[in-house]
Design a protein around this ligand. Structure first.
Ligand code: IPD
Length: 307
């Protein structure tokens, strides 16, 4: 029921704040300890897939808190999965929490502020609640299905109401494109970031004509946190975000926030020409995601139609 959902949402927001506080305290302790020790993190899949004690402590805190409050709910967490304690990470119809205790682990290790806790709740396959808290910057993004998406609990997302429709007609002209390097360093045909970004830049250049003023991509950003990329797309700051190789915990909370803000997310690769791209519904578990920011105000809202 809606009342139950509201109660779960309130619990999730508080959990996000508490977990974020743990992240910030641990980050500050690292700062005052000087240069982080080499041994503080370990490698998982390869030399860029890292985990710290903080990832594990925060996941265990979140997992215990959920088990105490909602013992029948399913739990999928990045570190629980990596350790092999749970190979069951597929989303089914049950009420399921999908957690990344520390998204942006490399940022955390290097003390770059773009790291956060990401708490997603999925029910009947649908992203239902999303809480993303970046404690270094004190930025909280929250969403509950049917209740909209919020920044710091007071401002509704998107904050940036761009009057230009984002997709498909205008992309990628004049947009800020966000994408991540991921952790796989093999040169996979579908996964090479240079090729993807290059095709976006070339498409924009082609559309604007050589040396033309209009239509160029304004910028390309790579923050190091898939969840925060989605939150900033929901905010309206990024026009498009793309990543290949994401896991459920990288996207569950962010997808809910983006959808509630009115954005779109599809499981496709960036198409050769976004103008002709079909937008399908997102399916968690596909590992490839393309997100598009919310549309701007309608003509009615801007008052343009009466002039
Ligand atoms: C990673 C970050 C990174 C993205 C990877 C994720 P982690 O999560 O979101 O930006 O490129 O695909 O796995 O390891 O920092 O939790």
């Amino acid at each position: 029921s809606q009342a139950e959902l509201d109660e779960i949402y309130t619990f999730a927001v508080q959990l996000g704040k508490d977990a974020g506080k743990m992240l910030l305290e641990a980050a500050m302790a690292r700062c005052s300890a000087g240069r982080p020790e080499e041994k503080e993190h370990v490698e998982k899949m390869n030399a860029v897939d890292l985990v710290t004690q903080t990832d594990e402590d925060v996941e265990s805190f979140i997992k215990k808190s959920i088990a105490k409050r909602y013992p029948s709910h399913k739990f999928i967490g990045e570190e629980t999965y990596s350790k092999g304690a749970s190979k069951d990470y597929l989303v089914d119809n049950s009420p399921t929490w999908i957690i990344d205790p520390l998204d942006g682990t490399v940022n955390y290790i290097h003390l770059f502020p773009m790291f956060c806790v990401s708490i997603g709740f999925v029910y009947e396959h649908k992203p239902t609640i999303g809480v993303v808290y970046a404690p270094f910057m004190n930025q909280l993004f929250t969403a509950c299905r049917g209740r909209g998406a919020w920044f710091n609990e007071t401002q509704q997302l998107p904050l940036m109401r761009n009057p230009v429709p984002p997709m498909p007609a205008n992309a990628p002209s004049g947009c800020v494109l966000s994408c991540e390097w991921g952790k796989d360093r093999r040169d996979l045909p579908d996964g090479n970031l240079f090729r993807k970004v290059d095709s976006f830049l070339n498409l924009a250049a082609e559309r604007s004509g050589r040396g033309g003023k209009g239509g160029m991509v304004h910028g390309v950003r790579s923050l190091g946190s898939a969840t925060l990329d989605l939150a900033y797309t929901a905010m309206g700051s990024f026009d498009i975000w793309w990543e290949g190789g994401c896991w459920e915990w990288d996207v569950a909370a962010g997808v809910c926030i983006l959808l509630e803000a009115g954005g779109l997310v599809t499981t496709a690769n960036p198409p050769a020409d976004p103008a002709t791209a079909p937008i399908e519904e997102v399916r968690l578990g596909s590992r490839l995601y393309l997100a598009v920011r919310p549309a701007g105000p309608s003509e009615k809202e801007t008052g343009r139609q009466s002039q």
